[in-house]
Design a protein around this ligand. Structure first.
Ligand SMILES: Cc1ncc(COP(=O)(O)O)c(C=O)c1O
Length: 378
């Protein structure tokens, strides 16, 4: 178990911030790294051409550790949607085939497939909400030879339901379906191994469980797709980019591995150092230990909330870091504002109160949420 790390964050004692699934607070050392990076732009003569590459490579190497893959498989992207769009651009979907998504899937991993389906005479096939909370079984039931691409998360974002991606990956390979993953609500808080799951493309926005700044994202691309078509044709993806004086000796070749999928201006001198600093801290804590520590807090919260009539998916079927509380009655839409007035922060997503703590939270933060819910009779 990781001892409380609140001292690293700028979170006042009277704030119970239980909303990492919305947006992580930037830890002080990451803020310092980002501020120092931004300040460099005030004196650009200090930014040497090679630094367009060193910072990006450090980001890539650090990001790769979350996927347990080589840095060569990582592209730097601004968002989950950019990564999914890259996958959608490269994976074939024939007429009459389908793209499999979950019920209530996050829009960034739904809209691109809606377009792909419309353009290719294919359909989007939705895995129905499983009454028994077992998303893995529901996906395996829906996977058949018609499915060209399974576009899935590791954690269903409104229920906290967890998918067994190793089993799903095996089934996809057996059926010849590609696997595209949006790991935004799990990478950094739930262990992941690209070697075990073998996704074709897997992306995560960095501003939630990787504790990074907004507009930083990580895309892992399987070697078999690294000859594909990037979203953009920019200068820095090309093999000759390191020689600034010869950029107009246009190169037909891309830089190696997944670098061809990097976004334009990927060498962001303010955001990348902040993202790297945050990711290094997460790696130092260890993802499995974050999961265990945050999971223990959520277990206590789930038990206390059960006494108020809230249910959550059984522990073996949900992600430890992600707690969705439901009740028979509707959750009032204004509940987050009522809680915010008490300086308690959670989200309502779908028909659940979504509670998403991290290692900066204390048991006292959870107690404050429960006492507010009791008081509001929510
Ligand atoms: C599951 C999931 N994916 C992706 C995102 C963010 O998407 P994007 O990076 O495209 O803005 C969110 C944000 O809440 C999310 O919950």
């Amino acid at each position: 178990m990781i001892p409380c790390q609140r001292f690293l964050f700028d979170i006042p004692d009277d704030v119970a911030y239980l909303n990492c699934a919305y947006m992580a607070p930037l830890m002080k050392p990451a803020l310092e790294a980002g501020t120092a990076g931004l300040a460099r732009k005030a004196q650009p003569w200090r930014i040497a051409p090679e630094q367009f590459f060193t910072g990006a490579e450090e980001f890539r190497a650090t990001a790769a550790q979350f996927f347990a893959c080589s840095a060569d498989n990582i592209a730097i992207v601004p968002s989950a949607s950019y990564g999914i769009a890259t996958a959608a651009r490269n994976l074939p979907v024939g007429r009459g085939r389908s793209v499999l998504v979950l019920a209530e899937q996050f829009p960034s991993n739904y809209y691109p497939w809606q377009r792909v389906a419309a353009e290719n005479g294919a359909t989007v096939k939705v895995v129905p909400w499983p009454a028994d909370h077992d998303w893995t079984a529901a996906v395996l039931d829906s996977l058949n030879a018609d499915v060209a691409i399974a576009a899935l998360p590791q954690v269903q974002w409104t229920s906290g339901g967890r998918l067994d991606l190793v089993r799903i990956g095996e089934a996809c390979r057996r059926l010849g379906a590609a696997l595209v993953l949006d790991l935004t609500q799990s990478l950094g808080a739930l262990p992941f191994s690209a070697g075990d799951v073998q996704p074709d493309f897997a992306v995560a926005a960095g501003y939630k469980w990787l504790l990074g700044p907004y507009s930083t994202g990580l895309l892992s691309v399987a070697p078999k797709w690294q000859g594909g078509i990037p979203q953009e044709e920019n200068w820095i993806q090309r093999a000759n980019a390191r020689d600034f004086s010869s950029l107009t000796l246009y190169s037909e070749d891309y830089d190696r591995g997944a670098r061809r999928f990097d976004m334009g201006e990927r060498s962001n001198f303010a955001l990348l150092p902040a993202a790297v600093r945050a990711m290094k801290q997460v790696l130092e804590w260890k993802v499995a230990q974050i999961s265990e520590t945050v999971g223990a807090l959520n277990r206590q919260l789930a038990e206390a909330a059960a006494e108020l009539g809230f249910s959550s998916p059984p522990e073996r079927l949900r992600a430890p870091h992600y707690l969705a509380l439901r009740r028979n009655q509707e959750i009032p839409k204004e509940l987050p504002e009522m809680l915010a007035r008490e300086k308690v922060f959670v989200s309502v997503r779908g028909s659940s109160i979504r509670v998403a703590p991290h290692v900066y939270n204390t048991a006292g933060d959870g107690d404050r949420l429960i006492s507010c819910l009791r008081r509001f009779g929510a």
